[in-house]
Write a new protein. Structure first.
Length: 345
């Protein structure tokens, strides 16, 4: 039996989790997954303000660690490892989590393990599965990343392709801003799209030609801007645009993003020979993506594992889960663990 504490502070959610693995069971047990969102602090700025985010993590993190231990009845002595997101993300917010994890590991005399946030998103669909879905193609779609990975095991993950400009979630957030729908935009655009016509506007599906598994969403975002304001006029308000039209634009935009994500994921499955697809990251909560990817994989005879909704957006359960599997495979970090805003793979 292995018990891991997980800490996640890479962006605007402070999260602490305790996860347990047992030798006889593949399914991990998530004892708790506490998330303090900073939504209200950043909403008025229309995006995450790094300095405000770092301060909020500092205020919340030790309280969440205490609550996690008290609410589960697990003592520091019961823990086998302290896991923490060490990359990628906002450098200031990452350092808050990494510094806290280093301090806890040192004072409790426990091993420390830094976890790649994107790898944790890539494997989050496996947290509650009875058998590992590897080898799999993992689609990671979040506010900062849109990537395809070949996952052969929890610690054997290679990049197949990634966005060359905007991430899918970023595109959702920017389209919501263009349509003055609020922040974060993904869930709102998703809701508004439900009543719209996905064929109303023929938005571009970029980079579908050729073998590349890279993505590009900035052209699509610009196409939405032109559709809303007209070419050459990007400063006007939303005068004259009906609620129905907004729903149609949301539906057509969502369908354009999802068509590309599904096509590239299928292509990645063909090129790797993987037998399953796993999907994680905030945009994995998108209803059109969940529907279309499930249908496509079923048509291709490929198993698809969608990350449970509660583990799609940033959370420490995925960090502790990924960390526990790395720990079991012998991985450890030095107590001098640093943080990195970017990641190469
Ligand atoms: O994984 P995440 O919590 O943070 C990052 O690591 O980036 O992802 C947040 C992103 C935001 O861009 C948000 O708008 C998007 O996920 N998102 C969605 C939905 N729910 C969250 N995008 C589309 N549809 C959704 N239902
Ligand atoms: Zn994330």
């Amino acid at each position: 039996m292995t018990i891991a504490l997980g800490i996640e502070t890479s962006c605007d959610e402070t999260s602490v989790a305790i996860v347990e693995s047992s030798p006889n069971e593949e399914r991990l047990r998530v004892h708790c997954n506490l998330i303090a969102t900073q939504f209200d602090l950043h909403a008025k700025f229309g995006g995450v303000v790094p300095e405000i985010a770092s301060r909020a993590h500092l205020q919340k993190l030790d309280l969440l660690v205490r609550e996690a231990l008290e609410s589960t009845g697990i003592a520091p002595a019961d823990l086998d490892v302290v896991t923490v997101t060490c990359m990628p993300g906002l450098i200031g917010t990452l350092l808050v989590g990494v510094t806290a994890a280093r301090t806890l590991a040192w004072s409790w005399d426990k091993p420390l393990l830094g976890v790649n946030h994107i790898h944790a998103h890539a494997t989050s669909a496996a947290i509650e599965l009875d058998a590992p879905p590897w080898p799999a193609v993992a689609l990671v779609v979040s506010g900062g990343h849109t990537s395809l990975y070949h996952v052969r095991d929890w610690d054997d993950i290679s990049l197949l392709g990634a966005t060359i400009d905007d991430a899918a979630g970023e595109a959702f957030d920017k389209v919501a801003a263009i349509l003055e729908l609020g922040y974060p935009g993904g869930p709102i655009v998703d809701r508004r799209a439900a009543t719209g016509n996905p064929a109303a506007v023929a938005f571009p599906r970029s980079m579908l030609k050729g073998e590349s598994l890279d993505f590009s969403f900035s052209g699509l975002k610009t196409a939405v801007l032109y559709e809303v304001h007209g070419r050459g006029n990007t400063s006007g308000g939303l005068v004259g645009i009906t609620e129905e039209r907004i729903a149609d634009i949301c539906a057509s935009f969502s369908q354009a993003v999802v068509d590309v994500l599904v096509a590239k994921t299928r292509q990645a499955v063909r090129s790797t020979g993987a037998r399953s697809v796993v999907v994680g990251g905030g945009v994995a909560a998108n209803s059109v993506l969940r529907r279309d990817l499930t249908a496509a994989c079923s048509a291709d005879g490929i198993a698809v594992h969608l990350t449970p909704m509660r583990y799609c957006t940033d959370n420490a359960a995925m960090i502790a889960s990924h960390g526990i599997r790395l720990f079991e495979r012998g991985h450890r970090s030095d107590l001098a663990l640093g943080a990195s805003a970017n990641v190469k793979d």
